[in-house]
Design a protein around this ligand. Sequence first.
Ligand code: CMC
Length: 425
Amino acid sequence: MSDKKAQLVLDGREKPIDLPVYEGSTGPSVIDVRSLVSEGVFTYDPGFVSTAACDSNITYIDGNAGILLHRGYPIEQLAEKSSFLEVSYLLLNGDLPSPQELASFEEKIRYHTMVDEQIHEFFKGFPRTAHPMAMLSAVVGGLSAFYHDDLDIDNADHRMQAAIRLIAKMPTLAAMCYKHGIGQPFIYPQNKMSLAENFVNMLFGTPCEETTVSPVIAKAVDTLFLLHADHEQNASTSTVRLAGSTGSNPYACLASGIAALWGPAHGGANEAVLDMLSKIGDESRIDEFLLKAKDKNDPFRLMGFGHRVYKNYDPRATVIRGICAEVLDELGVDNDPLFKIARKLEKLALEDDYFNERKLFPNVDFYSGIILKAMGIPTSLFTVIFATGRTPGWIAHWNEMLSNPYKIGRPRQLYKGETKRDYPA
Ligand code: CMC
């Protein structure tokens, strides 16, 4: 807190309104506008571009400098030295674990990866053609039916138990979404495997044949999950917080986050990038698509470019770009035509005034889709993988909100509809 104040001068009012100004540990100052409602005015900020909706200690982004910190640690260092589960622990607890704490956390996750057999029945109700995100949001919401009566959201241990269950079960459910779509039996998680190995095995294993998961692929999957683990108050995390602010069951809150993630402007962009690269089809057609992206009369946007917060290179994209080359090399597909189109498209867009002036750089989704496609993961599963990675972030924000005094989220509006009128006699 500081003694700084802002003054709001309103036409027609004698006295200005004093508003306190707060400083975070880093980042922009924040003007506290909460008293404005009692003055009979609201702030107006569609898309929440200038609004801090909460206090948080979890993640910091400096979009102009291309910086992303989790609990103070730069994402590049975490991607190089840490693991998805270690970062999950960090997001939830505030500090990196000791080796013993990490081993204990990993053990807890390992022993919660199975889902109730009744969940298998849920899947039977879905058409084989159902979008995996439709199934994922439904089954995660469905978990609230299994974990509700005994769950006290005001109890910190219960909240941590929900976090462990969600982080552990999400890869299992994500793989089940895939297996249902292709009509193969579900593969149970194996306690001898790491989280990433398990996920690949549950995706590609069958009861007839054991799979061997290459260490390069397991590491790439783990890093992909890690890079998606949190991103402060994005649309899906804000949705989880908003749903959680009513006191709802955490599994239901996560289901609402999954629904928000699905859209192409958010998590669905990785799927949209691959669709776009396939449509471009050949390096010779890149210019044509760049023109479409710049044409204001054409709704087409360059998928995987631009970000609400990053007005510089997305640091996650830099890491993913490196993994992409490693994975394609490991799989022997480094001549993949889509990867070549992606590289050339990135180069041409970065040289283009339109993208430079608007600070439109490749985001995390630009390369993640190419990696996943090279691994043989179908496009419709990409956002499910994003959701699996984002789970610790969602639940850490939910837990942070509930660990402190909080208010139900309830925005107001600028009403432009009819004023009172009488029903015709
Ligand atoms: N292609 C072409 N033009 C673009 C693009 C794009 N991808 N993104 C923004 N613009 C233009 C936009 O038309 C506008 O131009 P003008 O000033 O002439 O009207 C200007 O750039 C600012 O765009 P905006 O829509 O006001 O920016 P925003 O902050 O509201 O939108 C965004 C951010 C991510 C929704 C947008 O950049 C976009 O639609 N990108 C493509 C989808 C995508 O890759 N999404 C993944 C985001 S990263 C993963 C995640 O965190 O979810």
